[in-house]
Design a binder for this molecule. Structure first.
Ligand SMILES: *Cc1c(COP(=O)(O)O)cnc(C)c1O
Length: 220
């Protein structure tokens, strides 16, 4: 079914939107099946699990860390991670920079914006994001690149609320994209939308969707 599910999703999204296959909790055999169907970008939310899968699966896979980031674990993925979605403090950018430097790499990062009304969701306010993007200290971090923003909407069926949350991030993203461009910051990616809401997210400017259960089935 994984191959069919991937095809179904690809048929409903524009070519320019990047599909991250969220494979957290799923066995390597499932990821291999998606890989054989042509999928090359996978998203995981636990570093240890991502490392194990990285070591087992083909090396042309791009691994995205989409979960809440713990600074002390960045070192375990710094040699291979392609994009870190959930950066929510300047301190974490510094840690990613430090670890990337050890491997002579530049690690791409997204700043996570808090758009959900729920308290449980992590992320920065728009003001905090502006502050980081404009900080002179950011330019010193030569081993990271901020390539966009990420947001998670409230867990709800209320389309109006989802619409409002996605749209607010899109407006902010476009503003920042047009005002900020430095050597290590160029906003090109807007990561928003999951299985239940990716079409709405795309209609609100999303360029990267993170889809798990619609590809791999529900998680236990
Ligand atoms: C689990 C997860 C997803 C995918 O959720 P689905 O509803 O299964 O598509 C997307 N983004 C993040 C940050 C996640 O943790």
């Amino acid at each position: 079914m994984i191959k069919e599910n991937l095809q179904k999703i690809k048929n409903t999204i524009p070519d320019k939107v990047t599909l991250v296959a969220v494979s957290k909790t799923k066995p390597v055999a499932d990821l291999q099946e998606a890989y054989d169907a042509g999928q090359r970008i996978f998203g995981e939310n636990r570093i240890q699990e991502m490392v194990e899968k990285y070591e087992t699966l083909p090396k042309d896979i791009k691994w995205h860390m989409i979960g809440h980031l713990q600074s002390n674990k960045v070192k375990y993925m710094a040699h291979f991670v392609d994009l870190i979605h959930g950066v929510d403090t300047f301190k974490k950018l510094k840690e990613i920079n430090k670890q990337a430097k050890k491997h002579n790499r530049v690690i791409n990062c997204l700043l996570q914006a808090k758009i959900a009304k729920e308290d449980s969701k992590f992320g920065l306010s728009f003001n905090d994001i502006e502050e980081i993007l404009q900080s002179p200290k950011l330019k010193e971090l030569e081993n990271i690149k901020i390539v966009g923003l990420m947001g998670m909407a409230t867990f709800t069926d209320n389309q109006e609320q989802l619409q409002e949350e996605f749209s607010s991030l899109n407006v902010f993203f476009k503003q920042q994209k047009n005002t900020i461009e430095t050597k290590n910051c160029r906003l090109e990616i807007l990561s928003m939308g999951m299985s239940g809401d990716y079409l709405l997210a795309i209609s609100n400017g999303s360029t990267m969707i993170r889809v798990g259960s619609s590809i791999f089935g529900s998680r236990n």
